[in-house]
Ligand binder design. Structure first.
Ligand code: ZN
Length: 282
Protein backbone atom coordinates (compact mmCIF):
# COMPACT_ATOMS: atom_id res chain seq x y z
CA UNK A 1 0.00 0.00 0.00
CA UNK A 2 1.08 3.54 -0.79
CA UNK A 3 -0.15 6.39 1.42
CA UNK A 4 0.21 9.98 0.34
CA UNK A 5 -0.60 13.53 1.39
CA UNK A 6 -2.67 14.98 -1.46
CA UNK A 7 -3.40 18.67 -0.93
CA UNK A 8 -3.18 18.03 2.82
CA UNK A 9 -5.51 14.99 2.82
CA UNK A 10 -4.64 11.35 3.43
CA UNK A 11 -5.04 9.18 0.32
CA UNK A 12 -4.32 5.62 -0.75
CA UNK A 13 -2.63 5.72 -4.14
CA UNK A 14 -1.20 3.51 -6.85
CA UNK A 15 1.05 6.38 -7.90
CA UNK A 16 -1.33 7.72 -10.51
CA UNK A 17 -4.75 7.68 -8.92
CA UNK A 18 -5.82 8.22 -5.33
CA UNK A 19 -8.72 7.34 -3.05
CA UNK A 20 -9.51 9.88 -0.32
CA UNK A 21 -9.46 8.02 3.00
CA UNK A 22 -11.95 10.15 4.94
CA UNK A 23 -14.55 10.05 2.16
CA UNK A 24 -14.09 6.38 1.32
CA UNK A 25 -14.39 5.40 5.00
CA UNK A 26 -17.39 7.68 5.62
CA UNK A 27 -15.35 9.48 8.24
CA UNK A 28 -14.25 6.41 10.16
CA UNK A 29 -10.67 7.47 9.42
CA UNK A 30 -9.76 11.15 9.31
CA UNK A 31 -8.27 13.24 6.51
CA UNK A 32 -5.09 14.20 8.40
CA UNK A 33 -2.10 12.27 6.99
CA UNK A 34 -0.45 12.46 10.43
CA UNK A 35 -3.43 11.03 12.31
CA UNK A 36 -3.54 7.58 10.72
CA UNK A 37 -0.78 6.16 12.95
CA UNK A 38 -2.93 6.47 16.06
CA UNK A 39 -5.06 3.60 14.71
CA UNK A 40 -2.61 1.92 12.39
CA UNK A 41 -3.72 -1.72 12.69
CA UNK A 42 -7.41 -0.84 12.23
CA UNK A 43 -6.52 1.33 9.27
CA UNK A 44 -4.42 -1.34 7.56
CA UNK A 45 -7.24 -3.87 7.96
CA UNK A 46 -9.79 -1.47 6.44
CA UNK A 47 -7.46 -0.27 3.65
CA UNK A 48 -7.01 -3.81 2.31
CA UNK A 49 -10.43 -3.49 0.67
CA UNK A 50 -9.57 -0.25 -1.17
CA UNK A 51 -8.55 -0.30 -4.83
CA UNK A 52 -6.60 2.91 -5.49
CA UNK A 53 -6.97 2.55 -9.26
CA UNK A 54 -10.67 3.35 -8.76
CA UNK A 55 -9.75 6.81 -7.46
CA UNK A 56 -9.09 10.17 -9.08
CA UNK A 57 -6.02 11.16 -11.11
CA UNK A 58 -3.72 13.76 -9.56
CA UNK A 59 -0.61 15.81 -10.31
CA UNK A 60 2.67 15.16 -8.51
CA UNK A 61 2.78 18.84 -7.53
CA UNK A 62 -0.27 18.24 -5.30
CA UNK A 63 1.73 15.92 -3.02
CA UNK A 64 2.99 17.13 0.36
CA UNK A 65 5.16 15.42 2.94
CA UNK A 66 3.58 12.00 3.51
CA UNK A 67 4.26 12.30 7.25
CA UNK A 68 3.93 16.05 7.73
CA UNK A 69 4.09 16.60 11.51
CA UNK A 70 5.94 13.80 13.32
CA UNK A 71 6.37 14.39 17.05
CA UNK A 72 9.98 13.27 16.73
CA UNK A 73 12.40 13.14 13.81
CA UNK A 74 15.41 10.93 14.43
CA UNK A 75 18.34 11.16 12.06
CA UNK A 76 21.34 8.86 11.90
CA UNK A 77 24.82 9.94 10.88
CA UNK A 78 27.58 7.77 9.50
CA UNK A 79 25.46 4.67 8.86
CA UNK A 80 27.07 3.41 5.65
CA UNK A 81 30.62 2.13 5.97
CA UNK A 82 31.95 3.87 2.88
CA UNK A 83 30.41 7.16 4.02
CA UNK A 84 32.01 6.72 7.46
CA UNK A 85 35.33 6.40 5.67
CA UNK A 86 34.87 9.49 3.51
CA UNK A 87 33.69 11.55 6.49
CA UNK A 88 36.65 10.42 8.58
CA UNK A 89 34.63 8.87 11.41
CA UNK A 90 35.08 5.45 13.00
CA UNK A 91 31.86 3.44 13.23
CA UNK A 92 30.66 3.75 16.82
CA UNK A 93 29.02 1.51 19.39
CA UNK A 94 25.78 3.51 19.21
CA UNK A 95 24.33 5.08 16.09
CA UNK A 96 25.26 8.74 15.76
CA UNK A 97 21.85 10.32 16.38
CA UNK A 98 20.57 13.89 16.00
CA UNK A 99 17.29 15.51 15.02
CA UNK A 100 16.03 17.45 12.07
CA UNK A 101 13.57 19.83 13.77
CA UNK A 102 10.18 18.89 12.31
CA UNK A 103 9.40 22.31 10.83
CA UNK A 104 12.08 21.67 8.18
CA UNK A 105 10.01 18.90 6.58
CA UNK A 106 8.60 19.51 3.13
CA UNK A 107 7.21 17.51 0.24
CA UNK A 108 8.52 15.68 -2.82
CA UNK A 109 8.31 18.63 -5.24
CA UNK A 110 9.74 21.37 -3.02
CA UNK A 111 11.75 24.42 -3.99
CA UNK A 112 14.20 25.17 -1.18
CA UNK A 113 15.80 28.55 -0.50
CA UNK A 114 19.58 28.10 -0.16
CA UNK A 115 20.74 29.93 3.00
CA UNK A 116 24.36 29.85 1.86
CA UNK A 117 26.68 28.37 -0.75
CA UNK A 118 27.51 25.39 1.51
CA UNK A 119 24.36 23.27 1.22
CA UNK A 120 24.97 19.56 0.60
CA UNK A 121 22.86 16.56 -0.45
CA UNK A 122 22.23 13.33 1.51
CA UNK A 123 19.71 10.87 0.09
CA UNK A 124 18.26 8.66 2.84
CA UNK A 125 15.74 5.92 3.42
CA UNK A 126 13.19 7.35 5.87
CA UNK A 127 11.48 4.90 8.24
CA UNK A 128 7.96 5.66 9.50
CA UNK A 129 7.00 4.30 12.94
CA UNK A 130 3.56 2.65 13.09
CA UNK A 131 3.03 2.37 16.82
CA UNK A 132 4.64 3.27 20.13
CA UNK A 133 7.95 1.42 20.43
CA UNK A 134 9.81 1.27 23.73
CA UNK A 135 12.44 -1.32 24.57
CA UNK A 136 11.66 -3.21 21.36
CA UNK A 137 13.93 -6.11 20.48
CA UNK A 138 15.61 -6.44 17.13
CA UNK A 139 13.48 -9.54 16.46
CA UNK A 140 10.23 -7.61 17.00
CA UNK A 141 11.27 -4.37 15.30
CA UNK A 142 9.55 -4.83 11.92
CA UNK A 143 6.20 -4.96 13.71
CA UNK A 144 6.64 -1.29 14.67
CA UNK A 145 7.52 -0.03 11.19
CA UNK A 146 4.69 1.28 8.98
CA UNK A 147 6.84 1.70 5.91
CA UNK A 148 9.35 3.81 4.07
CA UNK A 149 9.56 7.05 2.20
CA UNK A 150 12.44 8.87 0.49
CA UNK A 151 14.18 11.71 2.29
CA UNK A 152 16.87 14.28 1.62
CA UNK A 153 18.85 15.25 4.71
CA UNK A 154 19.89 18.63 3.28
CA UNK A 155 22.81 19.96 5.29
CA UNK A 156 24.43 23.40 5.63
CA UNK A 157 28.00 22.30 6.27
CA UNK A 158 29.36 25.49 7.84
CA UNK A 159 26.73 25.66 10.58
CA UNK A 160 26.97 21.88 11.00
CA UNK A 161 30.74 21.57 11.24
CA UNK A 162 32.68 24.83 11.44
CA UNK A 163 31.90 26.02 14.99
CA UNK A 164 33.80 25.06 18.14
CA UNK A 165 31.35 22.14 18.47
CA UNK A 166 29.34 20.45 15.68
CA UNK A 167 25.75 21.64 15.26
CA UNK A 168 24.19 18.75 13.33
CA UNK A 169 20.60 19.51 14.27
CA UNK A 170 20.67 23.22 13.43
CA UNK A 171 22.75 22.83 10.27
CA UNK A 172 20.24 20.31 8.94
CA UNK A 173 17.02 22.11 9.91
CA UNK A 174 16.81 25.21 7.75
CA UNK A 175 13.36 25.72 6.25
CA UNK A 176 12.79 23.10 3.57
CA UNK A 177 15.82 21.00 4.53
CA UNK A 178 13.72 17.84 4.92
CA UNK A 179 12.18 16.96 1.52
CA UNK A 180 10.25 13.68 1.83
CA UNK A 181 7.94 11.62 -0.34
CA UNK A 182 6.46 11.01 -2.76
CA UNK A 183 4.50 8.57 -0.55
CA UNK A 184 4.85 6.08 2.27
CA UNK A 185 5.21 2.51 0.97
CA UNK A 186 4.35 -0.19 3.52
CA UNK A 187 7.11 -2.73 4.11
CA UNK A 188 5.04 -5.65 2.80
CA UNK A 189 5.42 -4.15 -0.72
CA UNK A 190 9.16 -4.90 -0.85
CA UNK A 191 10.58 -8.28 -1.78
CA UNK A 192 13.44 -7.51 0.62
CA UNK A 193 12.91 -4.33 2.67
CA UNK A 194 16.52 -4.56 3.88
CA UNK A 195 18.15 -4.31 0.42
CA UNK A 196 17.04 -1.44 -1.82
CA UNK A 197 18.88 0.55 -4.48
CA UNK A 198 19.33 4.14 -3.23
CA UNK A 199 20.71 7.05 -5.25
CA UNK A 200 20.60 10.74 -5.95
CA UNK A 201 21.94 13.06 -8.60
CA UNK A 202 22.01 16.66 -9.72
CA UNK A 203 21.05 17.73 -13.24
CA UNK A 204 21.27 14.12 -14.42
CA UNK A 205 24.68 13.34 -12.90
CA UNK A 206 24.61 10.51 -10.32
CA UNK A 207 26.33 11.61 -7.09
CA UNK A 208 25.34 8.92 -4.59
CA UNK A 209 24.51 5.30 -5.38
CA UNK A 210 24.43 2.39 -2.96
CA UNK A 211 22.16 -0.24 -1.45
CA UNK A 212 20.43 -0.02 1.90
CA UNK A 213 21.90 -3.42 2.77
CA UNK A 214 25.19 -1.53 3.25
CA UNK A 215 23.93 0.13 6.44
CA UNK A 216 26.08 -0.39 9.55
CA UNK A 217 22.94 -0.36 11.75
CA UNK A 218 20.06 -1.80 9.73
CA UNK A 219 16.44 -0.82 10.32
CA UNK A 220 15.67 -3.41 13.04
CA UNK A 221 18.88 -2.45 14.81
CA UNK A 222 18.00 1.27 14.67
CA UNK A 223 14.52 0.62 16.11
CA UNK A 224 16.03 -1.53 18.88
CA UNK A 225 18.82 0.88 19.81
CA UNK A 226 16.74 4.08 19.63
CA UNK A 227 13.82 2.52 21.52
CA UNK A 228 16.24 1.34 24.21
CA UNK A 229 16.61 5.03 25.09
CA UNK A 230 13.43 6.85 23.99
CA UNK A 231 9.89 5.82 23.19
CA UNK A 232 9.32 6.03 19.45
CA UNK A 233 5.82 7.40 18.87
CA UNK A 234 3.23 6.61 16.20
CA UNK A 235 4.07 8.66 13.11
CA UNK A 236 7.67 9.41 14.13
CA UNK A 237 10.25 9.18 11.37
CA UNK A 238 13.88 8.11 11.20
CA UNK A 239 16.27 9.41 8.55
CA UNK A 240 18.47 6.30 8.44
CA UNK A 241 21.72 7.76 7.14
CA UNK A 242 23.30 8.48 3.79
CA UNK A 243 25.71 6.56 1.54
CA UNK A 244 29.01 7.98 0.30
CA UNK A 245 29.15 10.64 -2.37
CA UNK A 246 28.26 13.80 -0.45
CA UNK A 247 29.60 17.10 -1.75
CA UNK A 248 31.56 18.01 1.38
CA UNK A 249 33.75 14.92 0.99
CA UNK A 250 34.68 15.63 -2.64
CA UNK A 251 37.91 17.18 -3.86
CA UNK A 252 37.23 19.97 -4.53
CA UNK A 253 34.19 20.25 -2.30
CA UNK A 254 30.94 20.69 -4.18
CA UNK A 255 27.68 22.19 -2.99
CA UNK A 256 24.21 22.85 -4.35
CA UNK A 257 23.69 25.83 -6.63
CA UNK A 258 20.53 27.85 -7.16
CA UNK A 259 19.70 26.34 -10.54
CA UNK A 260 20.37 22.72 -9.56
CA UNK A 261 17.70 20.03 -9.75
CA UNK A 262 18.25 17.25 -7.19
CA UNK A 263 16.53 13.91 -7.86
CA UNK A 264 16.56 11.29 -5.09
CA UNK A 265 15.38 7.73 -5.76
CA UNK A 266 14.88 4.50 -3.84
CA UNK A 267 13.92 1.17 -5.39
CA UNK A 268 10.29 0.29 -4.80
CA UNK A 269 9.33 3.80 -3.68
CA UNK A 270 10.06 6.11 -6.62
CA UNK A 271 11.76 9.49 -6.66
CA UNK A 272 11.47 13.03 -5.36
CA UNK A 273 12.68 16.18 -7.13
CA UNK A 274 14.02 19.13 -5.17
CA UNK A 275 14.69 22.52 -6.77
CA UNK A 276 16.61 25.41 -5.25
CA UNK A 277 16.65 29.15 -5.25
CA UNK A 278 19.10 31.59 -3.68
CA UNK A 279 18.05 33.72 -0.74
CA UNK A 280 18.05 36.92 -2.78
CA UNK A 281 16.22 35.64 -5.83
CA UNK A 282 12.61 35.60 -4.70
ZN1 ZN B 1 22.07 12.40 6.94
Amino acid sequence: MKLANLDGRLVITDGERAVDVERASDGVFGADPQGVYERWDDFVAWAASIDPSSGDAFESTQLGAPVPRPAQVFAIGINYAEHAAEAGYPSDSMPVTFTKFPACLTGPAATVVLPSEFVDWEVELVVVIAKRAFHVSRADAWGYVAGYTIGQDLSERHVQLEGSKPQFSLGKSYTGFGPTGPWLVTTDEFADPADLDIRCGINGETLQHSRTSSMIYDIPELVARLSAVCALLPGDIIFSGTPSGIGNARTPKRFIGASDVLVSSIEGIGSITTRFTSAGSD
